[in-house]
Design a protein around this ligand. Structure first.
Ligand code: SF4
Length: 345
């Protein structure tokens, strides 16, 4: 299949038939994965909700002096990791706000404690936004910051914080957050030391279709260079309880965009559907629109919940959901290796 150009991608996002796009995306998925659909069991640990960035689309952060502001202790973090391991989880995703009082040593100690106590748990943590902040605080380069965190136990980076990688959009919705080139630089540095990552795109900020394509194009180009993105994940902006406000993205817009990501991001192997922001039924539908993975059974999720969206999921429910779409459920690890299959009940 020849690679879609940005102009073709934009045209498909604007006028493509969602069902036709879905069928094409599904054919590409089937060639790669046949009937297998994966998911991971993990826990989000949001170690603090204190954040100096105050993004307008974020319902999670609190100012340091707010009555609901918190910072978890190491003991509380370790308890959450223990519960994750006991529930059959294999990964923790630790993410937080940009807390003004913590330095890189705090994160190094956190990582070391987790690895010493739970060597079987993969630490897939910290967004590019946090990495850049840790580096600034420590007066280190991004590369040296990542090397120190890697030595302390950090395995890979989640792709959060990308939103739409077009500065015009970023300046409008999160002016204090890192800009496009910074996000890409963190990812390139991480990939250069063997620290792979995922990539995300959040739609629904009022961005144009051309801007969505610009976002995808930037990630596709970096992937051509590094090969370090394991998956591409499209989320929808959750307007509840945020300063930015606005309307929720429609299911059709999401499905069309998701199918296009499978076709456009031809060098990223895994496309993840989102049940966390879309709910179970749309999550299930994504499996016919190019997604081969349904992400995580999150034992804890605070950020989307803060915006008023909450869906519950268990391992059995996830397996049933995948079977209901005519696919074979499989639990995976952080590197997308299948570690458990679920035969028909
Ligand atoms: S999105 Fe992240 S960086 Fe922005 S305010 Fe929320 S926690 Fe802070």
């Amino acid at each position: 299949m020849t690679r879609l150009t940005p102009a073709q991608g934009e045209e498909l996002l604007l006028h493509g038939d969602p069902i036709e796009l879905g069928q094409q995306a599904d054919a590409v998925r089937r060639k790669l994965f046949d009937d297998t659909v994966t998911f991971i069991v993990d826990r989000n640990i949001n170690y603090t909700n204190v954040c100096k960035n105050e993004c307008k689309f974020c319902a999670f952060f609190r100012r340091k002096d707010h009555k609901d502001a918190y910072l978890l202790s190491y003991e509380e973090i370790l308890d959450k990791v223990r519960e994750t391991a006991e529930a059959g989880g294999t990964q923790v995703m630790i993410q937080g706000g940009l807390h003004p009082d913590l330095g890189i040593e705090y994160y190094e100690k956190m990582l070391r404690l987790i690895k010493e106590n739970f060597p079987q748990i993969t630490i897939h943590s910290f967004t590019a936004t946090e990495i850049q902040y840790f580096a600034q605080q420590a007066g280190l380069s991004i590369l040296d910051t990542l090397k120190r965190l890697q030595a302390a136990g950090l395995s890979s980076l989640p792709g959060g914080g990308a939103e739409i990688l077009v500065d015009e959009v970023r300046r409008r919705v999160s002016p204090k957050k890192i800009m496009t080139d910074d996000w890409l630089h963190v990812m390139e540095c991480a990939h250069s030391i063997g620290m792979e990552s995922t990539a995300t795109m959040v739609i629904g900020f009022g961005e144009t279709m051309a801007q969505r394509i610009e976002h995808m194009e930037k990630i596709r180009r970096l992937q051509d260079k590094t090969g370090g993105f394991r998956a591409f994940i499209t989320w929808t902006y959750q307007p509840g309880n945020t300063e930015l406000g606005g309307e929720k993205t429609t299911g059709w817009d999401y499905m069309r965009t998701l199918a296009l990501t499978r076709l456009y991001m031809d060098n990223v192997k895994h496309i993840q559907g989102s049940w966390v922001t879309q709910g179970e039924r749309i999550g299930q539908l994504t499996l016919g629109f190019g997604a081969d993975d349904l992400g995580s059974i999150m034992l804890e999720e605070n950020v989307v919940r803060a915006a008023g969206t909450r869906y519950e999921m268990s391992i059995n429910k996830m397996a049933d959901l995948i079977r209901g779409a005519g696919r074979q459920p499989a639990q995976r690890d952080t590197e997308y290796r299948v570690i458990r299959r679920f035969p028909s009940p």
